[in-house]
Design a protein around this ligand. Sequence first.
Ligand code: FMN
Length: 460
Amino acid sequence: MACVGGYMASGQWKRPEDTSTTKDTIKYYTDLARLADRGKISAIFFADWFVGFDVYGGSLDTMLNAAHQVAHLDPYALVSAMAAVTNNVSFAVTQSTTYSTPYVLARQFSTLDHLTGGRCAWNIVTCFTDSSAQALGHDKIMGHDERYDMADGFMDVVYKLWESSWSPDSVELDRTTGLGFDAQKIKKIEHRGKYFNVSGRSQVHPSPQRTPVLFQAGTSKSGTSFAAKHAEAIFLNTVNPQQAKKTISDLRAAAAANGRDPQSLKFFPCFMPIIGRTPEDAKEKHERAIANADPVAGLAQFSGYTGIDLAKFPLDEPMDLSGMSQAMAIQAVFRALEASEGEEKRLWTPRRLGMRMALGGLHPCPVGTASQVADVMQEWIEEADIDGCNISSVTNPGSWEDVVHLLIPELQRRGLYWDDYKVPGGTFRENLLGEKTLRDDHYGATFRWKHEDKAVSFGG
Ligand SMILES: Cc1cc2nc3c(=O)[nH]c(=O)nc-3n(C[C@H](O)[C@H](O)[C@H](O)COP(=O)(O)O)c2cc1C
């Protein structure tokens, strides 16, 4: 996230050597992009949302005081600077379908796709907090399934703008004839739907990928059916490979039922490793991370994600959930956490939960040498059929450097990581899926420009 500290590591910015407090400077991002490019990382993912989490104690104060997931910049603005200093690494930017409009968002991503040379992706989210709704002019957040229904309608409009408005041979820029863009090959889309009515041409000529690579992370019934239709890559929040295996095989099957090649969906579970040069070095880093972790900010993050205010519980007493309507949901999180490695079945206090949230939450957090961490990832690759890992940082600097300098060489030695980008200097989709634009079996490809379209909707 483009804000102080790590996404899943509250409190670590207090270290004297920390640079995450400079996330309001371009240098932070250009340094990060260069490092990722050197490490042959496929993409940098920016999580994003509006406002922040203000459920804990009914306010944002805890998150503000802890400088955790607040004061965060708009990732759109960072990506061009990062692209300018790199050739290969790609960038996934989160944007919500609930508050943007398809026309505006299509233009923003076409712009990014041009400026990055096709190295951009969109993490499609629907937002889930009332405070985001209130900041954006609504009383409360729209219902969960309705948000996905709206997101589905949103996608139709952006596919039309990206895929069908400008024909592939509409860009002439012919200096001899003086013909710039062939108006006969650029049509207005005319969309009438439940949520959006849009009449207009894409404001931007076709970008290298046309549609950016589409990421998503839904886990509910409507979230997964959205993913099976639209997502090319999926973020998972799963605690162990067995759980991930089930989620992945269910989603691949749902995609196949939509006529898609199930292996063309790429899965990225989250990890937050702590990597040392020796086991002792890793242990020391872990102990330091525990000492700096902010469990109350972790709890506030948990409350934000779940909508359940845990501020009323004394920090060091086992939580008495009796009488709470959300007791089952909280118990389910405890059971999920207990299913992860090294977590005992003993009573959960708010501090224990907060510490867990402050150091990776539901993500696996292997601590060890590069070889020990690679063992864990290898198990996931072999058992759960994952395609890559979405890695969160604990410290800045530190975590990303350890990934690039220690972990990736180890994964390469094992043949689990490419020695170079598949298409150096290519687009994100070429490196991820071997194709520049949407695959033919993707729903969005049905919107591609067709010559017979020409007759239908010119003018205006
Ligand atoms: C790794 C990961 C990253 C996510 N990033 C964001 C984000 O940046 N912004 C956001 O609003 N939601 C984000 N989400 C939440 C998802 O979009 C989604 O709301 C959540 O997984 C719940 O799924 P559901 O809506 O299908 O119930 C993320 C989820 C995961 C697992």
